[in-house]
Design a protein around this ligand. Structure first.
Ligand code: COA
Length: 333
């Protein structure tokens, strides 16, 4: 049965911590150098929150900016989903804290854990709520305080990540109007060990030995993750476009997860999308996990590239392993 509504993406907001951690700063912390980091990743600096900052401290201004741009008040929200792997707490969820702080009195709220694919998964979930008539207006937030999950003694990971958060407002609109046209989500738990935080749940408790090993921090098999990301990101885009009978001519903006410029460029090349249609902000904000895509959307909105009617392809890949793509036309009917 065709959906009665389409999920319109009507506004975006974002928030970054003030403090910049540059490659020169990292040179003083681990054995690395600016030339290596820029040539291998494209990253020049990342933003880092002050210790003790919960994700809600970024989610709140991002959400407020988003709602203000949309011209709607928080008490009209039906639901809030926060995609993150570094929420304020496991319980209560960051979405619950945000719901209260925003005054979103009638909204249900929960966090969604899907690592770097979290925002695409959360936006897909919101689309399903709206298309099925279960919600009319939802706030989808993606963000992480990765600095709490990174070992700043490990040069393999500490150069890659930063902190940041973004939010997109999704509303029910006419089924033949603009909005989320389609999405595709995938997982492969066989690659779980390639990108993980071993001591982050019930399987491994934070004993002094585990903490001394640094098991509370991100561990990755960088090369394997790199190869899988390039393959999976282009694969899922090709599959989604094919299913929707679309081609590269239907893409005004490609908004990829910002993990490494050397992952973004081959993804664009394989899709035949020129780099001037690709939103890249990795040099300034690095990999903010669930935050990368809404932050990139916010940048594209700020520089005028994201506007009413823009045809946008989102794509992400991350720990799990998990990946997905989502195609939308931006703005209200
Ligand atoms: N500075 C200097 N040298 C470094 C370094 C750093 N920060 N980090 C690693 N190196 C060294 C390695 O130790 C290795 O040295 P060796 O050959 O003596 O062992 C050398 O540089 C090459 O490492 P390699 O892993 O082959 O580099 P790479 O070209 O694969 O780039 C990554 C490394 C991590 C940048 C890359 O693999 C990557 O981006 N992977 C994906 C990671 C990711 O995005 N994770 C999150 C996904 S959502």
């Amino acid at each position: 049965m065709p959906a009665a509504f389409r999920a319109q993406c009507v506004a975006v907001g974002s928030a970054l911590p003030e403090r910049r951690l540059t490659n020169a700063d990292l040179e003083r912390m681990v054995e690395t150098n600016d030339e290596w980091i820029v040539s291998r990743t494209g990253i020049r600096e990342r933003r880092i929150a002050e210790p003790g900052t919960g994700l809600s401290a970024l989610a709140l201004p991002a959400a407020r900016q988003c709602l203000e741009r949309a011209g709607v008040s928080a008490d009209t929200l039906d639901g809030i989903i926060v995609a993150t792997i570094s929420g304020d707490h496991v319980m209560p969820t960051t979405a619950n804290l945000l719901q209260h702080q925003l005054g979103a009195s009638k909204a249900f709220a929960y966090d969604l854990l899907n690592a770097c694919n979290g925002f695409v998964a959360a936006l897909s979930t919101a689309a399903a709520f709206i298309e099925s008539g279960h919600a009319k207006r939802m706030l989808v937030v993606g963000g992480d305080i990765m600095s709490t999950l990174i070992d700043y003694r490990d040069r393999n990971t500490c150069i890659l990540f930063g902190d940041g958060c973004g939010a997109v407002l999704v509303e029910a609109g006419p089924a033949d109007g603009p909005g989320i046209i389609g999405f595709e989500l995938h997982s492969d738990g066989a690659g779980a060990a390639d990108l993980s935080i071993p001591c982050s749940g019930s399987a491994e408790i934070p004993t002094p030995e585990a903490l001394a090993r640094g098991d509370q921090f991100v561990k990755q098999n960088g090369r394997t993750v790199f190869t899988a990301a390039v393959r999976r990101m282009s694969e899922v885009c090709v599959s989604l476009l094919g299913r929707l009978s679309l081609t590269k001519a239907d893409i005004d903006l490609l908004v990829p997860h910002q993990a490494n410029l050397r992952i973004i460029e081959p993804t664009a090349t394989r899709l035949g999308v020129p780099m001037d249609k690709v939103v890249v902000n990795i040099e300034r904000v690095a990999n903010t996990t669930a935050g990368t895509i809404p932050l990139a959307l916010a940048d594209a909105f700020a520089d005028g590239r994201l506007k009413n009617g823009s045809r946008v392809l989102l794509v992400a890949f991350g720990g799990g392993l998990t990946w997905g793509a989502l195609y939308l036309t931006w703005g209200r009917a």
